[in-house]
Design a protein around this ligand. Sequence first.
Ligand SMILES: *Cc1c(COP(=O)(O)O)cnc(C)c1O
Ligand SMILES: [Zn+2]
Length: 371
Amino acid sequence: MYSCYSCGKTYSLLEPRWRCDCGGFLTLPEEATFPQEAFFNRGYSIWRYRESYLLPSHAPSISLGEGWTPIVTAKIASVEVRFKLDYLMPSGSFKDRGSSVLVSLCKALGIEELVEDSSGNAGASMAAYCAVAGIKCRIFAPAYTPEGKLIQTRLYGAEVVKIPGSRQDTNDAVLKAAATTYYASHLWNPYFVQGHMSAAFELWEQLRGELPRSLLVPLGSGGYLEGIYRGFRTLQLAGLVRTPPRLIGVQAQNCRPLYEAFLLGLDTGAPIETQPTLAEGIAVSRPPRASAVLEAVRRSGGTILSVSEDSIQAAHALLLRYGFYTEPTSAVALAGWLQMPEEERENSMILLTGHGLKESEKIAQIHGVRV
Ligand SMILES: *Cc1c(COP(=O)(O)O)cnc(C)c1O
Ligand SMILES: [Zn+2]
């Protein structure tokens, strides 16, 4: 059963729906569903934990082997820090966790065509899983989006619909299309968030329960952080984890609605002016699930940081020096970590979210390398 975060109204999971009639976003119950005995003879992907996502029981697993990404330790500024390499995913970003689960839901509901708006990793990821599922996928993007960012999406066979005008015009256009097809929104859909729970489950298994004290993630819409929180909550309710990690979301100073809201103690995103940022993957000025994200940060005992463009550039250069080839957005979490007091840096983990090979030219430019 879905329930609305704002008004509490409930809906059947078998209804193709992406938000409440009141305009609020939907949530799924917090449950202790984590049947370990069932996992042990399964393969190592997010589908090892299929029961925990609370999908309708007849849902297939639309999978490309996503999840179970490596953990690597590095010593930076004389402190050991662990990285989880979530950029090593089938479509090149952690968003495959969410897409795999959301597209599986769509398949279970008999959806044959869906729409989504994204000019980046979410669009590419949804397109990949729709290709596997045999679902027609249309991705809406503003007309000003550079073609380079859409190539991967097109190559998977999705139709790219370019909308003239602002990001808001693209939003309006996708909502209009949603009247006749399904809007599989990575920003709104609670099953996209469910897929991200897998990161928490993996950490628990990979580290044999020895969890880090703090977990840092780049924070855009906050779906990833919300999902990780829900994953640890599941483990806590199942009696397997006593103290989950503090979740630390890091935003770019140039686009920081959640940072401002956290600072001001608001329970929804703060209205802000935005400026362009190197961290394009987290430039979300009005995150629809903000209330749930802020609640997750607070309940985990964590915080939200914001970092300058210069520090993102410097952190990205550092990642390259350590051999991690990520997109600049991923460097935001390391920039946040470097900004923390030294004693708080101990026993942390940083999630590296998106692959650099998608953006080599931009990366070369950022670091002044001529190509
Ligand atoms: C989407 C994205 C993020 C942010 O995830 P949210 O769930 O929107 O907070 C971070 N890094 C990369 C590479 C992304 O594509
Ligand atoms: Zn409602």
